[in-house]
Design a binder for this molecule. Sequence first.
Ligand SMILES: Nc1ncnc2c1ncn2[C@@H]1O[C@H](COP(=O)(O)OP(=O)(O)OP(=O)(O)O)[C@@H](O)[C@H]1O
Ligand SMILES: [Mg+2]
Length: 383
Amino acid sequence: MGKHITFIGLDVHKETITVALAESGGRDDVREYGRIANTPEALTRVVTKLQRVGGELRFCYEAGPCGYGIQRQLTAAGHGCVVVAPSLIPRKPGERIKTDRRDAVNLARLHRAGELTAVWVPDPAHEAIRDLVWTRECLSASYRERENSRFLLKERNSLFHENGNSDNITFMKTIVIANQKGGSGKSTTAVHLAAAAEAAGDGPVVISDTDPQGTAADWFNQRKQSGIETPRYSELSLDDLAGRVQALDQAGAAYLFIDTAPSIGAVNADLFALADLILIPLNPTPADLRALVKGLPLIRESGKPFQFVLTRVRPKLRNNDGAAMALGALGLVLSSRMHERVIYAETFAHGKTALETEVKGIAAQEITALWHEIREKLERENS
Ligand SMILES: Nc1ncnc2c1ncn2[C@@H]1O[C@H](COP(=O)(O)OP(=O)(O)OP(=O)(O)O)[C@@H](O)[C@H]1O
Ligand SMILES: [Mg+2]
């Protein structure tokens, strides 16, 4: 006879948890255990009681606003616990009336039958990102209000003061590409996006490089030698960043892409202050996510809209999927990704981009899709 397993369905609410039990080997003997307070202590008491019966305990509950604390508590205590996507829970036709008891019983029964699909449970690093998202949502509401009033001000100026002084009023959109992790793909993303924006007819586009390594600047110099002058390049004097950005705007630039150094520091804080969007190229690996968390406070403090773009994605790497799913669930990841492709590295080294080398190639398509998504985000932030 196999080992005895108790499958435990938890219907979790803010204040309470309804518990139901299904024993392995049985068919219909799913029973309600009862309702307990949603506290670690109350859960520990249930676990202790159930352990006395012997055998293995396997818990499950639906993903929801109460988070992953229960899952972490139970797995730390050595028990299995899966968090289930509500949309993936099989429901019988006509099963519309939901009660806590019925939900808990249903979960226990389905868990025993092996019919539940677990969601990926984020580790504390991912949860830190989630906290950031809440902050960002609050901040971006006030940012949008500010942007709206800026827009109205511009309109008023152009309507009433044909030759009015439009100093301090900007039309150009500034995209700062940052991630303090070296080699995350900042420079590759910056130049490819700038080229894609130009190719889409959204220019004039300007690139600036604030990284002392000068990767994007070198790229531009090589490009110029082969006779390609767009996107344009402009030095940014760190002493007068705001003035320089304003000058580019007044010179008629539509988009400014700023490549940054792999470090967290005062320079990046000043750059974030100028950004309409902070773009964070991210290799979706747990190590890169952990490294990212260190840089998040600076982004949070800037109060500027930000998005992650998954770069160097390798489709068959399971880690990639986990990290991508976790970030995707936050709604802050652009759906277009840059995959790991030789063409990005090869063209970059010669002052080119995948867009010129294989105009209709898969890399050109994904970078164009990425640019369109970013452009839409910027438009939406302003509408
Ligand atoms: N999508 C990709 N596919 C293949 N290679 C890539 C891709 N993105 C970047 N690379 C390669 O990875 C290396 C690092 O990329 P890149 O210089 O863009 O990163 P970075 O974040 O700017 O680095 P740093 O922090 O040093 O400035 C380069 O050799 C680049 O060619
Ligand atoms: Mg770089």
